[in-house]
Design a protein around this ligand. Structure first.
Ligand SMILES: Nc1ncnc2c1ncn2[C@@H]1O[C@H](COP(=O)(O)OP(=O)(O)O)[C@@H](O)[C@H]1O
Ligand SMILES: [Mg+2]
Length: 604
């Protein structure tokens, strides 16, 4: 909570504390005026303080009593207003730290967690901080201070016996409230659960409106809903009655304490050792103390919930980074852009090795294609080059520098990636293209779009470059999204490029269109192409066939065909598939024609 890096906020904390103490001092001053006014009205001069006479007129004292109460409210609000900034700054800092940390965590972590769950944890965690701040700093601490002041005044003016009674009362009161609140938390949970249950049943039933009608099950549905509502009814009733018990218990405990204190005081008034003013003073102090005590149950529950939420968020902050820069990591320096995999062994899970000793080199500016059955570990190779994971054995080198020895930032800046499925930000087309290099000018964005052959398409949109692409880019077709991804990579202009099945989600026609722009991007760049359709990689300088975590075959397209191995088989199968596809298309067209002819005939 202490904003060590912000002087202005530190000043605020100090002022807030000053107003907190002031407000409590003023608060206990109130009953004093009340007491003096009472004594003045009763004509008892024993307790009158040494003040000028006109100030001690009963009317003045009554006014002072009320003014003091107003001033106290003012101080309280000042304190809250001053502190709000400090609390909110802490909330922001924590949210920021968690967000940054989230991006530092490994891909592995993110693949295992649901994004929605994460954002809920952050949201609840920051809210939890707010709750804790509000209720501890702005309520619990002031109440403790008030209790201490009350105790000090009682001890000083009326004797220890009063302090003991008040202390014991407050202690029992708090103990009872905490116990009762724990009990009520469970009752509330039961109520919330049955509420959710009834809700889900109602929604599900209405969603299945037609099905219910098909089977005439309205009555059964109503009964099912009513059973859930009955559970809710019982739980909700219990929540209310338990609240009644809590309130009654609190009232009873405090009432007993107050009775004892007031009986003590009344006896002293009778004995002449206290004035009537003292009697009302003690009563007023007790009433004042009961106000914050009333909220203890609520605050206890809120703080408890807040702590649970914060704990979850801190657990998240404690998750260690899997891939970390070495302390002496230097930025990667690219001289030509040579990529080398040297006997790379890798497993996501120790029990199941994925790569079992892969070695290959992509000379600067050349293209290497990786093919192989699905699940062979092709995408894994691209993730390893990006250093999303660390390998278990071997080395991955770029221009002779091990990727583990350079900063992740510089490594990733040097590599461009066009993935199989491009997910876009829910923003404009221009924003999504510019994401490749945020400082790119409008002209450069346009150029990149033209090169990626998406310029015409964007031009045809009513809003042009300002068109929103929808969540995850859903308003664009697969081919359009892919071209945005390519434009983005053109803008980034990385020395090394990875195309991971960049076109396999597209139909043959779109693929051919995009292929041209891909060829353009990869020209003169060190490129790793991971391909599904072999027709797209015929011109690669080397083709690597991956199978069971090992390189099964390697060579140029022509070479590999001559080997009559796995590659030749795959090539043959794909050719057949393409031919079959073609035949099917022709057959369908003929069939459509047949339908038309038949229809004409029947019309005739
Ligand atoms: N994050 C992961 N955790 C565990 N196993 C994974 C993970 N990602 C991929 N795998 C497994 O690793 C193997 C290779 O995956 P991948 O490299 O994506 O294959 P592909 O060659 O089809 O691109 C697959 O069997 C897959 O199930
Ligand atoms: Mg893959």
């Amino acid at each position: 909570m202490w904003p060590s890096d912000r002087t202005d906020l530190k000043v605020r904390v100090v002022w807030a504390t000053v107003f907190l103490v002031l407000s409590k001092l003023v608060l206990v001053a109130g009953p004093y005026f009340f007491k003096w006014a009472t004594d003045a009205l009763a004509g008892d001069a024993r307790t009158v303080p040494p003040l000028p006479a006109f100030l001690l007129a009963p009317v003045m004292l009554v006014i002072a009593y009320n003014v003091v109460r107003i001033v106290q409210t003012g101080f309280n609000q000042l304190r809250d207003a001053l502190f709000a900034r400090v609390g909110q700054y802490a909330v922001r800092q924590l949210a920021y730290r968690t967000f940054v940390h989230m991006h530092q965590l490994s891909l592995r972590f993110h693949l295992e967690r649901r994004t929605g769950g994460l954002s809920r944890i952050i949201e609840r965690g920051t809210k939890g901080i707010e709750t804790i701040v509000r209720f501890t700093i702005l309520n619990t601490l002031p109440t403790i201070l008030e209790f201490a002041l009350t105790a000090a005044i009682f001890a000083f003016a009326y004797g220890w016996i009063y302090v003991v009674v008040v202390a014991v009362t407050v202690w029992i009161y708090t103990w009872f409230t905490v116990r009762a609140s724990d009990w009520r938390i469970n009752i509330r949970r039961e109520m919330n659960d049955s509420d959710t249950d009834a809700n889900t049943k109602a929604i599900d039933s209405l969603l299945n409106f037609e099905t219910v009608k098909y089977f005439g099950n309205e009555r059964m549905e109503a009964q099912r809903f009513d059973r859930s509502m009955a559970r809710y009814e019982i739980a909700a009733t219990k929540t209310w009655t338990s609240l009644g018990w809590l309130n009654f218990g609190q009232g009873l405990i405090f009432g007993v304490g107050q009775t004892i204190v007031m009986v003590l005081s009344a006896r002293e008034v009778l004995a002449g050792t206290q004035t009537v003013g003292d009697f009302v003073f003690i009563n007023a102090m007790m009433m004042q103390l009961s106000v914050p005590l009333n909220f203890i149950g609520f605050i206890y529950r809120e703080i408890r919930q807040g702590l649970t939420d914060i704990e979850q968020m801190f657990d998240l902050l404690d998750v260690p980074q899997e891939v970390e820069d070495k302390p002496d990591a230097k930025p990667l320096t690219i001289s030509e852009g040579r990529v080398e995999f040297r006997d790379v062994h890798f497993a996501y899970d120790a029990a199941r090795p994925i790569l079992k000793g892969i070695s290959f080199t992509v000379p600067a500016g050349k293209t290497v294609a990786i093919v192989g059955p699905s699940g062979a570990g092709k995408s894994t190779i691209s993730r390893l080059l990006y250093r999303f994971y660390d390998i278990q054995q071997g080395a991955i080198l770029i221009d002779g520098q091990d990727v583990r020895d350079v900063t992740q930032q510089s490594l990733r800046a040097a590599i461009g990636m066009v993935p199989q499925d491009t997910v876009l930000f829910n923003d404009t087309v221009a924003y999504n293209i510019r994401y490749g290099r945020m400082e790119a000018s409008e002209e450069e964005v346009r150029e990149a779009a033209e090169l990626a052959q998406i310029g015409d398409f964007i031009g045809s949109l009513p809003d042009g470059y300002k068109t929103m692409v929808g969540e995850r880019g859903l308003k664009l077709s697969g081919g359009e999204k892919q071209r945005v991804a390519i434009a983005r990579t053109i803008l980034k202009a990385p020395p090394i490029l990875i195309l991971d099945e960049a076109t396999s989600a597209l139909d043959t026609h779109t693929e051919q269109e995009i292929q041209t722009s891909l060829d353009l991007v990869s020209r003169d760049r060190t490129t790793i192409v991971i391909a599904h359709r072999l027709s797209t990689i015929i011109r690669a300088d080397e083709i690597i066939v991956l199978r069971d975590g090992l390189i099964a075959e390697r060579g140029s397209h022509a070479n590999l065909l001559k080997q009559h191995g796995l590659y030749a088989q795959m090539w043959e199968r794909q050719r057949e598939a393409t031919e079959a596809e073609e035949k099917l298309r022709i057959a369908q067209e003929t069939d459509e024609l047949g339908v038309v002819v038949r229809k004409r005939l029947s019309d005739l």
